[in-house]
Design a protein around this ligand. Sequence first.
Ligand SMILES: [Zn+2]
Ligand SMILES: [Zn+2]
Length: 77
Amino acid sequence: MAKCEQCGNDYDKAFEVRFGGKTHVFDSFECAIQKMAPECNHCGCKIIGHGVENSGKMFCCVNCARESGESSLRDRV
Ligand SMILES: [Zn+2]
Ligand SMILES: [Zn+2]
């Protein structure tokens, strides 16, 4: 049985997420998001969509990127 690495829950329906060559185990998407999702550089929310990346900074949307002074961005679809 796998243990969620975010909350430690021992759950028979835990799943694995492979990211950057490492395998992570979670019992729920909420825990996976909590642990894996990057945070928006502007509003601080968890980025669970495509997000926007510019010069190493992550943003949840183009609007946040713009608010932070990034100008040449488009939503990646
Ligand atoms: Zn968990
Ligand atoms: Zn944001």
